[in-house]
Design a protein around this ligand. Structure first.
Ligand code: AKB
Length: 362
């Protein structure tokens, strides 16, 4: 009998007073460490557990609880939830778009079977569960500029199909069993200190590292490929903000106002996770920040690094995926229902990324 057959429905429970006890799966990917840091600041170091199937670098071990967790191992996952009194589950494990097309069986296993385990365990234990969806949940027949929350969704990648499946299953479990399912459709996420793993939007992270290190970048998407993107703050942004790096002069950065919001992606996720249940008219929301092409991004980087050169060697798999994706997401419902507001535009993104990467390389 699968767990969901014995399901009881309860409101999301919290453990330490009002504080949730959070488990993050896929914690060593592009997003987990940064989110853990913000959640720990808010709810306490020991109330947020990062998990993955890989051994973490020392700085992750030293910054708070980390455990092995394999989302394909139902019993292991259930044991972790029970033994740690987990009340919120952030499910970041996923095989991304480009890697998924090269290994459909793996993507199906992780993104669909693994997600079923998450859904059943979350339902059985009354968890609040956050699952990111993506611009990849849309396809060539979706309206593209902007793409509304509700429209035709016929993605042509296993990644996209698995994300539409997750959206629909989560919404179904919400209305059928009362599961507190929350899902944001992320744009391509741009991070300074963590690498994306096998996506179509990866170029927009790699280009910054290449600009700083070698002054040349070979781009695997066509120069006019417009995609929605969003900035995620550095996981060790405190050190950057509060002067742990000494008296070093910050390159490029001087015109930026000192930001109380060191990012958009983590803030969106935190605000959505904490939004009162009755504010959520829907369970799946688009969130949008900026959109640009490789050519526009290159020009913005060249305003700072004038010798930077980009050449193009298009990957047909990634290009076909990108050609079917939205150019911008329509996100007025997120703005209206739970107050979403982006902070970073293209010039701010470029200045911040170049600053972080340059300082990180010193
Ligand atoms: C990918 O490119 O696969 C991801 C995404 C947009 O979901 N970054």
């Amino acid at each position: 009998t699968s767990a969901v057959h014995g399901v009881r429905t309860h409101a999301s429970s919290c453990s330490d007073g009002d504080k949730p006890k959070v488990l993050i799966t896929g914690g060593l990917g592009q997003l987990g460490v940064g989110l853990a840091k913000s959640l720990r600041r808010r709810f306490g170091k020991f109330n947020v557990i990062l998990s993955d199937i890989r051994k973490p670098p020392n700085h992750v071990y030293n910054n708070g609880p980390f455990i092995f967790s394999d989302i394909l191992d139902y019993k292991n996952l259930r044991e972790i939830v029970v033994n740690n009194n987990i009340s919120w589950l952030v499910h970041y494990s996923a095989v991304l778009s480009a890697v998924g097309e090269h290994n459909v069986a793996l993507a199906k296993e992780v993104n669909i079977t693994g997600f079923h385990n998450i859904l059943d365990i979350a339902t059985e234990h009354g968890l609040r569960v956050f699952v990111p969806s993506t611009i990849g949940a849309f396809g060539p027949s979706s309206p593209k500029d902007p793409t509304p929350d509700l429209c035709v969704q016929r993605p042509r990648t296993i990644y996209g199909v698995s994300k539409v499946h997750a959206e629909l299953m989560g919404e179904y479990y919400h209305q059928r069993y009362g599961l507190d399912f929350r899902c944001l459709r992320y744009p391509g996420i741009i991070s300074a200190d963590s690498q994306p793993g096998g996506g179509t939007t990866d170029y927009a992270v790699q280009i910054f590292h290449a600009a700083v290190k070698s002054g040349h970048f070979e781009c695997n998407l066509r120069s006019d490929t417009r995609l929605p993107m969003m900035y995620i703050g550095k996981a060790n942004f405190d050190a950057f903000c509060f002067g742990d790096i000494g008296t070093e002069t910050l390159p490029f950065h001087s015109s930026l106002p000192p930001s109380t919001y060191p990012d958009d992606c983590i803030r969106a996720t935190m605000e959505f996770l904490e939004a009162p249940d009755d504010a959520l008219v829907s369970r799946t929301y688009n969130i949008n920040a900026m959109s640009f092409t490789p050519q526009e991004l290159t020009r913005e980087i060249q305003k700072v690094l004038s010798d930077f050169k980009v050449t193009y060697n298009v990957d047909p798999v990634r290009q076909a995926i990108a050609d079917g994706w939205p150019k911008a997401l329509e996100d007025s419902a997120a703005r209206q229902d739970w107050g979403w507001k982006h902070e970073y535009n293209l010039p701010q993104l470029v200045q911040t990324m170049l600053t972080h990467i340059t300082l990180g390389n010193k």
